[in-house]
Ligand binder design. Sequence first.
Ligand code: PGA
Ligand code: ZN
Length: 419
Amino acid sequence: TIRQIQAVEILDSRGNPTVAVRVGLEDGTEAWARVPSGASTGAHEAVEVRDGGRRYGGKGVLNVIRHVNDVIAPVLLGQAAHHQDGIDQQLLELDGTQQKSRLGANALLGVSMAVMHAAAASFQQPLYRYLGGVQARTLPVPLLNVLNGGAHADNNVDIQEFMIVPAGAGTFSEAMQMASETYHALKGLLKERGLRTAVGDEGGFAPDLNGDREALDLLVEAIQRAGLRPGEDVALALDVAANELYHQGSYRLGDETKSADALIAWYQELIKAYPIVSLEDGLSEDDWDGWKHLNQALGQQIQLVGDDLFVTNPSRIQRGLDEDVANAVLIKLNQIGTVSETLEAMRMTARRGWRAVVSHRSGETEDTTIADLTVATNSGQIKTGAPARSERVAKYNRLLMIEAQDTGLEFAGWEAFRR
Ligand code: PGA
Ligand code: ZN
């Protein structure tokens, strides 16, 4: 039974305020959860409420803290923490808006996650086991963002994120070793060429490159230099974040303007030339027709992931399933704002055989909820940045510890990409 709910303003990995929530139960257990924050957010995401004004450049969350402490807490005190669906339903009703703009998705998610953590602690179970029960059995393949372009860097690269995918490893820990060794090989290559090795928000490099193919060539070379086989040990994944390229019906790459179909043809060439297994946000968030063509053209060859397109929203995912526009969804808890809706989004996609990639945000904290979520749901894939920067590594480390303590779990490997 919930005895106390307390929200606090803390800082995220960019030094901006975010929300932490503590839930204490009658039996003496308590737990914290911390809310992440995106930068290239989709227009259809649940709303993150901020204070405005001068404090923290307008990014303060004191109003959100008050919403938790004064509006949400009084209603939930005395209720059973393991009734996640009921708790989340009340959060939705208390907010009462379509996009959670009254109390804020950051208020709702902090409470929703902290209640879940407290319930797991009360049952003396690790979160993944509490959430997934005996069915939780899979450690994910990590998708690690190691090189950046687009809005995340000022170079001539259009694609926002280049990820390495060590699916050929035998275990999760071996996958992390492959990833780290490739990351360091990449750093060595950049240094030799006099390119910048400072890292961005997600721990990836953002060197001054001459285009997308140069970035892809560098990654293949880094994999080889680490003594690994591109496409067999370590594959590649891209997040184009095409919203950022989209202007009035077409897509701008460098000085060129391309139609959706021309962009799809370009992806086709890249897929032929490089070991790419996953393509996220290849087209913009409202280009449903373009997405349909994309899926017809490439859906049999690679994983097509909707991030800004679906925003973890069950009703947008339903439209995607009906119109057959992709074959995978990116899952970000704070895009939708409650644990229950996130789990519903994952169930819907799993029923159709679509893949789910559980994801961090570019603004993160030391919270590791997503590591447990991916194991609990057997999603088979997690995207949580480079193998560097503690707010990224915290999730990978949580998975390494889960692997060590629960020898019954299996690494997803290439199976995670089979459809
Ligand atoms: P965000 O970016 O967390 O800044 O939205 C990551 C992504 O586009 O996947
Ligand atoms: Zn994305």
